[in-house]
Ligand binder design. Sequence first.
Ligand SMILES: [Zn+2]
Length: 303
Amino acid sequence: MKYRIGIDIGGTSVKLAAIDEEYNVLDKLRFPTGEDCTSESIVRGIIEHCRPLVEKYSPEAIGIGSAGRIDSVNGIVITAGNLPFRNEPVAVKVSEAFGIPTFIDNDGSCALVGEKTAGACKGYRDSVIVTIGTGIGGAILIDDRVVRGHNNRAGELGHFVIDRNGPECECGLHGCFEQYASATALIEQTEAAVRKAPDSILARLSENGINGKTAFDAKAQGCPVASALLDEYGRILSDGLNSLIHIFQPQIIVISGGVSRQGESLLELIRPYLVQECRVVTSSLLGDGGIIGAALLGTEHAR
Ligand SMILES: [Zn+2]
Protein backbone atom coordinates (compact mmCIF):
# COMPACT_ATOMS: atom_id res chain seq x y z
CA MET A 1 0.00 0.00 0.00
CA LYS A 2 1.25 3.48 -0.88
CA TYR A 3 0.55 6.48 1.30
CA ARG A 4 0.46 10.25 1.00
CA ILE A 5 0.12 12.91 3.68
CA GLY A 6 -2.52 15.63 3.53
CA ILE A 7 -2.34 18.85 5.56
CA ASP A 8 -5.25 21.29 5.86
CA ILE A 9 -4.34 24.74 7.21
CA GLY A 10 -7.54 26.47 8.32
CA GLY A 11 -8.40 29.71 10.10
CA THR A 12 -8.23 28.21 13.59
CA SER A 13 -6.37 24.89 13.33
CA VAL A 14 -4.14 22.70 11.19
CA LYS A 15 -5.22 19.13 10.47
CA LEU A 16 -2.85 16.43 9.21
CA ALA A 17 -3.33 12.79 8.27
CA ALA A 18 -1.97 9.98 6.15
CA ILE A 19 -4.16 8.82 3.24
CA ASP A 20 -4.01 5.35 1.71
CA GLU A 21 -4.82 4.42 -1.89
CA GLU A 22 -8.49 3.94 -1.01
CA TYR A 23 -8.64 7.47 0.45
CA ASN A 24 -8.94 6.27 4.04
CA VAL A 25 -7.84 8.96 6.48
CA LEU A 26 -5.34 7.51 8.96
CA ASP A 27 -3.88 8.84 12.22
CA LYS A 28 -5.44 12.28 11.92
CA LEU A 29 -3.82 14.94 14.11
CA ARG A 30 -4.83 18.51 14.76
CA PHE A 31 -3.20 21.50 16.41
CA PRO A 32 -4.58 24.99 16.94
CA THR A 33 -3.01 27.94 15.11
CA GLY A 34 -3.96 30.26 17.99
CA GLU A 35 -4.34 34.02 17.98
CA ASP A 36 -0.68 34.78 18.71
CA CYS A 37 0.73 32.32 16.16
CA THR A 38 3.40 33.38 13.68
CA SER A 39 4.18 31.96 10.26
CA GLU A 40 7.29 30.34 11.82
CA SER A 41 5.28 28.71 14.64
CA ILE A 42 2.73 27.28 12.19
CA VAL A 43 5.41 25.83 9.90
CA ARG A 44 7.29 24.46 12.91
CA GLY A 45 4.04 22.90 14.17
CA ILE A 46 3.38 21.31 10.78
CA ILE A 47 6.85 19.77 10.64
CA GLU A 48 6.67 18.49 14.25
CA HIS A 49 3.24 16.92 13.78
CA CYS A 50 4.12 15.56 10.33
CA ARG A 51 7.26 13.78 11.52
CA PRO A 52 5.57 10.74 13.19
CA LEU A 53 3.34 10.30 10.11
CA VAL A 54 6.36 10.39 7.80
CA GLU A 55 8.22 7.84 9.96
CA LYS A 56 5.22 5.48 10.14
CA TYR A 57 3.98 5.68 6.53
CA SER A 58 7.01 6.64 4.37
CA PRO A 59 4.69 8.74 2.15
CA GLU A 60 5.47 9.27 -1.51
CA ALA A 61 4.30 12.89 -1.30
CA ILE A 62 2.96 15.53 1.05
CA GLY A 63 0.20 17.94 0.04
CA ILE A 64 -0.85 21.13 1.80
CA GLY A 65 -4.07 23.09 1.44
CA SER A 66 -4.01 26.59 2.86
CA ALA A 67 -6.46 29.43 3.05
CA GLY A 68 -5.38 32.44 1.01
CA ARG A 69 -3.49 33.24 -2.13
CA ILE A 70 -1.11 30.47 -3.10
CA ASP A 71 1.80 30.27 -5.52
CA SER A 72 1.59 26.53 -6.16
CA VAL A 73 4.53 26.50 -8.59
CA ASN A 74 7.00 27.91 -6.05
CA GLY A 75 5.40 26.43 -2.93
CA ILE A 76 4.58 29.79 -1.34
CA VAL A 77 1.60 31.15 0.61
CA ILE A 78 1.52 34.77 -0.58
CA THR A 79 -1.18 36.06 1.79
CA ALA A 80 -3.74 34.14 3.81
CA GLY A 81 -6.60 36.20 5.21
CA ASN A 82 -6.58 35.76 8.97
CA LEU A 83 -3.35 33.70 9.05
CA PRO A 84 0.03 35.47 9.45
CA PHE A 85 1.61 34.15 6.21
CA ARG A 86 3.27 36.75 3.97
CA ASN A 87 5.25 35.20 1.10
CA GLU A 88 5.96 32.21 3.33
CA PRO A 89 7.56 29.26 1.48
CA VAL A 90 5.52 26.71 3.46
CA ALA A 91 5.79 23.82 1.00
CA VAL A 92 9.49 24.48 0.39
CA LYS A 93 10.25 24.28 4.13
CA VAL A 94 8.22 21.07 4.60
CA SER A 95 9.88 19.52 1.55
CA GLU A 96 13.33 20.42 2.89
CA ALA A 97 12.52 19.00 6.33
CA PHE A 98 11.66 15.54 4.99
CA GLY A 99 13.18 15.31 1.50
CA ILE A 100 9.75 14.34 0.12
CA PRO A 101 7.97 16.06 -2.81
CA THR A 102 5.55 18.58 -1.28
CA PHE A 103 2.71 20.35 -3.07
CA ILE A 104 0.51 23.25 -1.98
CA ASP A 105 -2.75 24.74 -3.21
CA ASN A 106 -5.72 26.79 -2.05
CA ASP A 107 -7.84 25.00 0.59
CA GLY A 108 -11.00 25.42 -1.49
CA SER A 109 -9.41 23.69 -4.47
CA CYS A 110 -8.20 20.89 -2.18
CA ALA A 111 -11.70 20.42 -0.74
CA LEU A 112 -13.07 20.14 -4.28
CA VAL A 113 -10.42 17.60 -5.29
CA GLY A 114 -11.33 15.58 -2.18
CA GLU A 115 -15.05 15.72 -2.96
CA LYS A 116 -14.67 14.83 -6.64
CA THR A 117 -12.32 11.94 -5.91
CA ALA A 118 -13.83 10.41 -2.78
CA GLY A 119 -16.91 12.39 -1.86
CA ALA A 120 -20.25 13.79 -2.90
CA CYS A 121 -19.34 15.17 -6.34
CA LYS A 122 -17.64 12.02 -7.57
CA GLY A 123 -18.73 11.45 -11.16
CA TYR A 124 -19.96 15.02 -11.74
CA ARG A 125 -18.12 17.15 -14.32
CA ASP A 126 -19.72 20.45 -13.27
CA SER A 127 -19.84 21.15 -9.57
CA VAL A 128 -19.34 23.85 -6.98
CA ILE A 129 -18.13 23.34 -3.44
CA VAL A 130 -18.92 25.95 -0.82
CA THR A 131 -16.91 25.71 2.40
CA ILE A 132 -18.65 27.38 5.33
CA GLY A 133 -16.38 27.87 8.32
CA THR A 134 -14.62 30.87 9.87
CA GLY A 135 -15.16 32.47 6.45
CA ILE A 136 -16.61 31.11 3.22
CA GLY A 137 -14.38 29.61 0.57
CA GLY A 138 -14.90 27.20 -2.23
CA ALA A 139 -13.99 26.03 -5.67
CA ILE A 140 -15.58 25.49 -9.05
CA LEU A 141 -15.28 22.50 -11.36
CA ILE A 142 -16.29 23.08 -14.99
CA ASP A 143 -16.02 20.26 -17.53
CA ASP A 144 -13.98 18.28 -14.97
CA ARG A 145 -11.34 21.01 -14.54
CA VAL A 146 -10.81 23.12 -11.45
CA VAL A 147 -11.29 26.79 -12.40
CA ARG A 148 -8.22 28.63 -11.14
CA GLY A 149 -8.11 32.03 -12.85
CA HIS A 150 -4.88 33.49 -14.25
CA ASN A 151 -3.50 34.03 -10.73
CA ASN A 152 -4.84 30.86 -9.05
CA ARG A 153 -7.29 32.94 -6.99
CA ALA A 154 -10.62 31.98 -8.55
CA GLY A 155 -13.18 30.44 -6.24
CA GLU A 156 -13.34 33.10 -3.52
CA LEU A 157 -17.01 32.29 -3.14
CA GLY A 158 -17.39 34.24 0.10
CA HIS A 159 -16.62 37.58 -1.50
CA PHE A 160 -19.43 38.62 -3.75
CA VAL A 161 -21.58 41.43 -2.48
CA ILE A 162 -24.94 40.72 -0.86
CA ASP A 163 -25.45 44.26 0.53
CA ARG A 164 -23.21 47.12 -0.52
CA ASN A 165 -24.41 49.09 2.52
CA GLY A 166 -23.13 46.31 4.77
CA PRO A 167 -20.00 46.38 6.95
CA GLU A 168 -16.54 46.54 5.43
CA CYS A 169 -15.03 43.13 4.71
CA GLU A 170 -11.33 42.25 5.09
CA CYS A 171 -11.22 41.97 1.27
CA GLY A 172 -12.03 45.67 0.88
CA LEU A 173 -15.63 45.29 -0.33
CA HIS A 174 -18.71 45.92 1.79
CA GLY A 175 -21.41 43.37 2.65
CA CYS A 176 -19.80 40.21 1.28
CA PHE A 177 -21.65 36.88 1.31
CA GLU A 178 -19.39 35.45 4.02
CA GLN A 179 -20.24 38.32 6.36
CA TYR A 180 -23.81 36.97 6.46
CA ALA A 181 -23.51 33.24 5.88
CA SER A 182 -20.22 32.02 7.44
CA ALA A 183 -20.15 30.16 10.77
CA THR A 184 -18.73 33.35 12.26
CA ALA A 185 -21.77 35.27 11.01
CA LEU A 186 -24.16 32.60 12.32
CA ILE A 187 -22.53 32.87 15.75
CA GLU A 188 -22.89 36.70 15.68
CA GLN A 189 -26.55 36.33 14.67
CA THR A 190 -27.05 33.87 17.54
CA GLU A 191 -25.43 36.29 20.00
CA ALA A 192 -27.69 39.13 18.82
CA ALA A 193 -30.80 36.93 19.15
CA VAL A 194 -29.80 35.92 22.69
CA ARG A 195 -29.45 39.59 23.70
CA LYS A 196 -32.95 40.30 22.37
CA ALA A 197 -34.57 37.22 23.90
CA PRO A 198 -32.77 36.47 27.19
CA ASP A 199 -35.55 34.10 28.35
CA SER A 200 -35.51 31.90 25.24
CA ILE A 201 -34.36 28.28 24.97
CA LEU A 202 -31.61 29.65 22.72
CA ALA A 203 -30.37 31.91 25.54
CA ARG A 204 -30.39 28.99 27.99
CA LEU A 205 -28.37 26.78 25.61
CA SER A 206 -25.95 29.68 25.05
CA GLU A 207 -24.97 29.89 28.71
CA ASN A 208 -21.99 27.58 28.19
CA GLY A 209 -20.84 29.35 25.02
CA ILE A 210 -22.15 29.81 21.50
CA ASN A 211 -20.96 28.01 18.39
CA GLY A 212 -22.34 27.28 14.93
CA LYS A 213 -24.43 24.41 16.34
CA THR A 214 -26.19 26.28 19.16
CA ALA A 215 -29.08 27.66 17.10
CA PHE A 216 -29.71 24.24 15.51
CA ASP A 217 -29.83 22.61 18.96
CA ALA A 218 -32.28 25.25 20.23
CA LYS A 219 -34.52 24.86 17.18
CA ALA A 220 -34.56 21.09 17.72
CA GLN A 221 -35.88 21.79 21.24
CA GLY A 222 -38.72 23.88 19.81
CA CYS A 223 -37.28 27.38 20.30
CA PRO A 224 -39.15 29.88 18.06
CA VAL A 225 -36.34 32.44 18.37
CA ALA A 226 -33.80 29.96 16.99
CA SER A 227 -36.25 28.86 14.32
CA ALA A 228 -36.71 32.46 13.05
CA LEU A 229 -32.96 33.11 13.19
CA LEU A 230 -32.19 29.98 11.15
CA ASP A 231 -34.94 30.76 8.63
CA GLU A 232 -33.27 34.13 7.96
CA TYR A 233 -29.84 32.44 7.82
CA GLY A 234 -31.23 29.92 5.30
CA ARG A 235 -32.60 32.75 3.15
CA ILE A 236 -29.24 34.51 2.98
CA LEU A 237 -27.39 31.26 2.35
CA SER A 238 -29.81 30.47 -0.50
CA ASP A 239 -29.37 33.98 -1.95
CA GLY A 240 -25.70 33.14 -2.35
CA LEU A 241 -26.27 29.60 -3.63
CA ASN A 242 -28.90 30.80 -6.13
CA SER A 243 -26.39 33.34 -7.50
CA LEU A 244 -23.78 30.59 -7.88
CA ILE A 245 -26.31 28.35 -9.64
CA HIS A 246 -27.19 31.15 -12.09
CA ILE A 247 -23.54 31.84 -12.88
CA PHE A 248 -22.09 28.32 -13.09
CA GLN A 249 -25.07 25.98 -13.67
CA PRO A 250 -23.47 23.15 -11.68
CA GLN A 251 -25.02 19.69 -11.54
CA ILE A 252 -24.34 19.65 -7.82
CA ILE A 253 -23.33 22.01 -5.00
CA VAL A 254 -21.54 20.43 -2.05
CA ILE A 255 -21.53 22.34 1.22
CA SER A 256 -18.55 21.51 3.42
CA GLY A 257 -16.95 23.10 6.49
CA GLY A 258 -18.16 23.18 10.09
CA VAL A 259 -21.77 24.21 9.41
CA SER A 260 -22.22 21.30 6.96
CA ARG A 261 -22.14 18.88 9.92
CA GLN A 262 -25.78 19.89 10.54
CA GLY A 263 -26.61 17.88 7.41
CA GLU A 264 -30.35 17.64 6.73
CA SER A 265 -31.11 20.33 9.35
CA LEU A 266 -29.08 22.75 7.21
CA LEU A 267 -30.43 21.59 3.85
CA GLU A 268 -34.05 21.99 4.96
CA LEU A 269 -33.34 25.69 5.59
CA ILE A 270 -32.16 26.19 2.03
CA ARG A 271 -34.48 24.00 -0.04
CA PRO A 272 -37.61 26.22 0.07
CA TYR A 273 -35.68 29.13 -1.41
CA LEU A 274 -33.75 27.52 -4.27
CA VAL A 275 -35.07 28.95 -7.54
CA GLN A 276 -33.61 26.40 -9.94
CA GLU A 277 -33.28 22.64 -9.98
CA CYS A 278 -29.84 21.85 -8.57
CA ARG A 279 -28.69 19.08 -6.29
CA VAL A 280 -27.44 20.62 -3.05
CA VAL A 281 -25.89 18.25 -0.50
CA THR A 282 -23.61 18.41 2.51
CA SER A 283 -20.18 16.81 2.38
CA SER A 284 -20.04 13.11 3.18
CA LEU A 285 -16.35 13.25 4.12
CA LEU A 286 -16.85 14.41 7.73
CA GLY A 287 -14.57 17.42 7.37
CA ASP A 288 -11.75 15.42 5.78
CA GLY A 289 -12.28 16.53 2.16
CA GLY A 290 -9.58 19.18 2.44
CA ILE A 291 -7.05 16.70 3.82
CA ILE A 292 -7.83 14.08 1.17
CA GLY A 293 -7.67 16.68 -1.63
CA ALA A 294 -4.39 18.11 -0.32
CA ALA A 295 -2.89 14.61 -0.19
CA LEU A 296 -3.85 14.13 -3.85
CA LEU A 297 -2.08 17.29 -5.07
CA GLY A 298 0.42 16.36 -7.74
CA THR A 299 -1.75 13.49 -9.01
CA GLU A 300 -4.13 13.42 -11.97
CA HIS A 301 -7.06 13.98 -9.58
CA ALA A 302 -5.91 17.54 -8.89
CA ARG A 303 -5.70 18.76 -12.46
ZN1 LIG B 1 -15.15 40.25 1.15
